[in-house]
Structures are given as structure tokens and as C-alpha cells.
Write a protein that binds this ligand. Structure first.
Ligand code: GTP
Length: 598
């Protein structure tokens, strides 16, 4: 099949609008999977999963006959969440068009909007598809209206389907063939390929999903990465059908996979360009190294072996290319790790997995975003650990402190507008735009500090709107901010693992919460304990745990006065000496309790 009969497309959709269901229908229609045999396919996928293989079921090559001619279609899956924006954009880069899928019962949502902008800005031809028309709650005119007014798309293009029942699904692929342009690669040319995605397979090792921009890729070829300059032998190539299917060759315009003996997922840089060794060319545009935006510290709890945890964390990271990992040492919690994630969702998913696997044996610190510190001597530093925040003494060397901001896009029913605006304002938000949608929904854009998003903003937004709100965001760069490091002190000593960088305006409230929460977990102490929250060099809050006096007199006869005095004074001495050391035992449950999100 010649390249002008290839069509590469993806599906742009909000979560739950039916992307997986529609993909399955398309695979059935083209005979990749048997109709009604979804259970069977899933079984097969489950087996794969048990073997430790991540199956990218939704990226698939299909053969489709349209008006008597065969077409080769590549459906390219994208990670659903915006945390992976740079990866989503690489998937779009391999496509000339996309289906813009809208749930007729819900209308356009935050993620639809964010992904639409991205796809549109990359020049993709968008075909609107209204899904779930079988539902009673479906409101087709409303969805049509949104597609026309929000996205300025031609509604005569719209395909109305039910992915679930299969109604009208047969109209989708003809639209793909007729409206989306073929890929623009040159077949008779030197090899140039784009790395779109990668995953770890226990048997094959690192598998790369690739888009062949020009030339062709064969087994045995020697290729190298434009980004790392490392060269590799091509061990296997093929197409996704929907699991890897070996072929001899993949050529310009095709999306397929390659196995090139990479040892670690981290060698695969999404957006990287590969050439044949000795035939370098111009790398494909848009390479952007994914940078972690949320960091946490993780430490083994008492009595847990560092080595055991280290192995299992390393294994988890091996499977998730986008997590960064570094060793870290805390005076309070000992040796541990610093983990970096692409965004808040990514962090919480990974954290859940860690907690599920390790339960109480792991202590995870509060998440932090990277802060940027500009010094008077024009140098700058990005810090991802509160421990690296400039000390009060070094503060005069600093010219500006900056924190990362995002533009949050929220959609929710109009009646909640007042409450949501209040929430955003309380989180140091700055309003960008309000759009009233025809659905009785509003689209609200706010500039928000990324740190607020990390701090369960979405949870609160959901709570306020009874679960109706959806949220997406785009990074909006760094802005100057009045930042300060807040520490928790126990008898005057700071606990490094609990320190956090925050905006000065938050220190009063947070300080109070910190000391009372920590007190709750320390409870009984033999000696007086002072718990303080300190922001910069200012004490924001204080709690004291009174010494619980051991009743040394209990066994004495009431008349034995001199003995009594002696015992009491000895007790006082003892306390004094312990107090001066200031060395109290903090049980690990106190850290764990303090850091628990409940
Ligand atoms: P994620 O995988 O979470 O991103 O969701 P998705 O967009 O892939 O949605 P998915 O295909 O999993 O569908 C979400 C839910 O909507 C499922 O319960 C589907 O059964 C249901 N659904 C999908 N299409 C239709 C449809 O046409 N009609 C109805 N009634 N339900 C549908």
C-alpha cells in the first residue's frame, strides 16, 4: 500500500467519554479483534500483564477497505492526562488528524478543551464525534452547539455515534480516510524516525513505539539517537496489532515498534529522533525533555531494610520512564529516596502504588514543586528539596524567589461558580477568563501556583461541586513569589524531612495546624516537649506537651517527709538534665501520622 493511502490519527477526549470503547469498535470493524470477543482480547491482555508486559492496546494498525481501495490506518493512543503533555504532543506529531470525541450527555469538559488546543496548535485536522447518543441524557444539539462555538469546527463534519451499541460507528473510518491527509514522509530517503512512546517488557526489554518520518527501518540496521548519540542494533521491528507483531520492515508514514536492546526505559527519550549510523540528518522538531514538576521524599520506616525497599522502588521506576529517582539522606529519617514526577496526578498514582505495595513500611514526605532562586550574582538554581532552600543567613544573596504557575482550566455547572471563584482566590489564584457554555456549564480559567494544585486543590474542587467539576492545566512559567521555608521544631531542633517551602501568607494557618497535628501524635512524654512552627526566623505557632510526672511517691508512707523531699528533688534533677539535652525520642508513627493526608 502506497503512503498516500496511509492515515494516522488519534482520539482527543475527556476521561470517560468513551475513547477505549470507540477504539475497540474500530478494531472490530477492521477485523483486528473479533466482534463480541472483547472478553477474549482482554484475557489475552491480562496474560500479557501477568508476564509483566505493558500492553498499549489502543495503538493499533488497521487495514481498511474504502470504496474498493485498501488503506493502512494507524490509530495512535495518547496518555489521557495533561501531566504527560509533552508525550501527548509527540503522539500528535505522528498524526495528521484526530477524532474529537464528546460525550453527548456531558458535553465538552476541561480535558477536551486542553487537548483540543494542543492538537489544533499542531495543525491536526479535527473530526468531531459525538458519542453516547443512545443515552437518555444525551443532548445532541447542545454538543453540536459547543463544537461550533467553542472550537469553531464545521458541524457538517460531525459523526454521531454510540460506541457502546455500535450505532453509526461505521461512519467514522470513511471520515478519517476522506478528511485526514496522508503522512508527508519520503519513502526513498535516509531513515529518520520519531520516538513516540516506550515501555518495559520483561522479555523484550525496552520497547519503543516509533513513527517513521522518512526512509525505512529493518532488523539488523544500526541506528543512533540524536539526543544521546548512543547507537543500537535493531533487533526486532513490527506493527502493533494490537500487541506487537513482527514484520520485516516498517516504512515512512508508518507507526510501529522497535526493540533495540535498550537496558533502561530512561534511555528512551520521548520525542527523540533516530538516524542510521553514518547518515545523520536534521532532527525532527519539538523535542522537549519531560521535566519533573512534583517531588516527594520516601524513607523506610523503623526496622525496614533499606536494601529491600531500594530494589522494589528501582523496579517500579524501571517501569515508569517518567519518574526520576535520587538517593537522599535525612537526619530525622535516615537514608531514603527523592522521587520526581511529571505532575500531580502522576505523583499520586505512583504514591498509591508504593503505599499499596509497602503499606506502613514506607514514609512519604509532603510533595513539593521546584522553586527557582535567582541570586544577586545573576546565577540561578532550581531546588526540588526544601532542605536546599536558602537559609535566613544566606537570604541577602538572593535577588528573587520564584514559584511555578499553571493555567488551570475548569468546567462545572454554573450554579457553583461563586464557590469555585472563592476557592481559587483562597488559593492565590488570578482570574484569566470565564466562558458560559450553552450547557449550563462554565469554563473558568485561573492562573494558580502549581503548589496549590499539588496540595489537593482538585479534591476540594470536586468536593465543592459535588463531583461535577473537571480540571486540566497548562504550565504557565515561573513568577516572583514571597516564599519562605517553614520548619517544625521539636525542643528547638528542626526536623528536616517535614520542612516545606510555602508562600508567606500561608504560614500562620499552616503553622497552627502543624503544631497541633504533631502534638497529637507525640502524646505522652516523660519530659516537657516544645513543638514550634518556624517560618524563616519567625515562630508562627507553639504547643507544649507537659511532662507527665511519674508518681515516685506512690509507695511511700505519708509521714516519711525527708525521703519524700529527697525523691522529688532527684526527679527534678533528672528532668533538668534530660531537658538540657533536648533529646527526645520521636516515634516514627509521629512522622507517619503527621504526613498522612487524612
Ligand atoms: P478512560 O479509559 O478512563 O480514559 O475512559 P475512556 O474515554 O476510554 O472511556 P471508556 O471507553 O472506558 O468509556 C467510559 C464509560 O462510558 C464506560 O462505562 C463505557 O461503557 C461507557 N460508554 C462508552 N461509550 C458509550 C456509549 O456510546 N453509550 C453509552 N451508554 N455508554 C458508553
Amino acid at each position: 500500500i502506497p503512503i498516500d493511502r496511509y492515515r494516522n490519527f488519534s482520539i482527543v477526549a475527556h476521561v470517560d467519554h468513551g475513547k477505549s470503547t470507540l477504539s475497540d469498535r474500530l478494531l472490530e470493524l477492521t477485523g483486528v479483534i473479533q466482534k463480541g470477543s472483547k472478553a477474549q482480547v482482554l484475557d489475552r491482555l491480562d496474560v500479557e500483564r501477568e508476564r509483566g508486559i505493558t500492553v498499549k492496546a489502543q495503538t493499533c494498525t488497521m487495514l481498511y477497505n474504502h470504496k474498493g481501495e485498501d488503506y493502512l490506518l494507524h490509530l495512535v493512543d495518547t496518555p489521557g492526562h495533561v501531566d504527560f503533555r509533552s508525550e501527548v504532543s509527540r503522539s500528535y506529531a505522528s498524526c495528521k488528524g484526530a477524532l474529537l470525541l464528546v460525550d453527548a450527555s456531558q458535553g465538552v469538559q476541561a480535558q477536551t478543551v486542553a487537548n483540543f488546543y494542543l492538537a489544533y496548535s499542531m495543525g491536526l485536522r479535527l473530526i468531531p464525534v459525538i458519542n453516547k447518543i443512545d443515552m437518555d441524557a444525551a443532548d445532541i444539539p447542545r454538543s453540536l452547539d459547543q463544537i461550533e462555538h467553542m472550537f469553531e469546527l464545521d458541524t457538517s463534519d460531525v459523526v454521531k455515534v454510540s460506541a457502546k451499541t455500535g450505532l453509526n460507528v461505521e461512519q467514522v473510518l470513511p471520515a478519517v480516510v476522506e478528511k485526514i491527509a496522508p503522512p508527508s514522509g519520503i519513502v526513498d530517503s535516509r531513515l529518520r524516525l520519531l520516538l513516540v512512546d516506550s515501555w518495559y517488557d520483561n522479555f523484550l526489554g525496552v520497547v519503543c513505539l516509533v513513527y517513521i518520518s522518512d526512509g525505512s527501518l529493518k532488523k539488523g540496521q544500526k541506528i543512533f539517537s540524536a539526543h544521546t548519540d548512543i547507537s543500537y542494533d535493531v533487533k526486532e521491528v513490527g506493527i502493533m496489532y494490537p500487541i506487537p507483531l513482527k514484520t520485516d520492515i516498517i516504512t515512512a508514514g508508518q507507526v510501529g515498534y522497535m526493540v533495540i536492546g535498550m537496558k533502561k526505559s530512561s534511555e528512551a527519550h520521548i520525542g527523540d529522533t533516530f538516524f542510521t549510523v553514518g547518515q545523520a540528518g536534521e532532527p525532527l522538531a519539538g523535542f522537549e525533555e519531560a521535566k519533573p514538576m512534583v517531588f516527594v521524599g520516601a524513607f523506610p520506616a523503623d526496622g525496614v531494610e533499606f536494601k529491600v525497599l531500594d530494589e522494589s522502588i528501582s523496579h517500579l521506576v524501571l517501569n515508569d520512564r517518567s519518574v526520576t529517582l535520587q538517593k537522599e539522606t535525612s537526619t530525622a529519617l535516615g537514608q531514603g529516596w527523592r522521587l520526581g514526577f511529571l505532575g500531580t496526578l502522576h505523583a499520586s498514582v505512583f504514591q498509591e502504588r508504593l503505599e499499596k505495595e509497602h503499606g506502613a513500611s514506607i514514609i512519604i514526605t509532603a510533595p513539593t514543586v521546584p522553586y527557582r532562586i535567582l541570586y544577586n550574582d545573576d546565577t540561578e538554581k532550581i531546588i526540588s528539596n526544601p532542605d536546599d532552600f536558602p537559609s535566613v543567613e544566606n537570604r541577602q544573596k538572593v535577588s528573587v524567589l520564584q514559584e511555578p504557575f499553571v493555567e488551570a482550566i475548569m468546567t462545572f455547572p454554573q450554579e457553583y461558580l461563586g464557590r469555585v471563584i472563592k476557592l481559587c482566590e483562597a488559593h492565590r489564584g488570578e482570574q484569566v477568563e470565564i466562558t458560559y457554555l450553552t450547557t449550563g456549564q462554565v469554563l473558568l480559567k485561573y492562573l494558580l501556583p502549581m503548589a496549590q494544585l499539588v496540595d489537593d486543590f482538585f479534591g476540594r474542587l470536586k468536593g465543592l461541586t459535588q463531583g461535577y467539576a473537571s480540571l486540566d492545566y497548562e504550565e504557565a512559567g515561573y513568577r516572583p513569589s514571597d516564599l519562605v521555608k517553614m520548619e517544625l521544631l521539636v525542643n528547638g531542633k528542626g526536623i528536616d524531612a517535614l520542612a516545606q517551602v510555602m508562600h508567606r501568607s500561608e504560614t500562620v494557618n499552616k503553622g497552627k495546624v502543624w503544631v497541633s497535628k504533631f502534638k497529637e501524635y507525640l502524646k505522652y512524654q516523660l519530659f516537657e516537649v516544645v513543638i514550634q512552627a518556624k517560618a524563616g526566623n519567625k515562630i508562627m505557632a507553639r504547643e507544649t506537651i507537659k511532662a507527665k510526672r511519674k508518681d515516685v511517691l506512690a509507695k511511700l508512707h505519708a509521714a516519711d517527709i525527708s525521703r519524700r523531699k529527697k525523691l522529688l528533688s532527684r526527679q527534678k534533677e533528672g528532668k533538668k538534665s534530660m531537658k538540657s539535652i533536648g533529646n527526645i525520642q520521636i516515634p516514627q508513627e509521629a512522622y507517619q501520622g503527621f504526613l498522612s493526608r487524612a
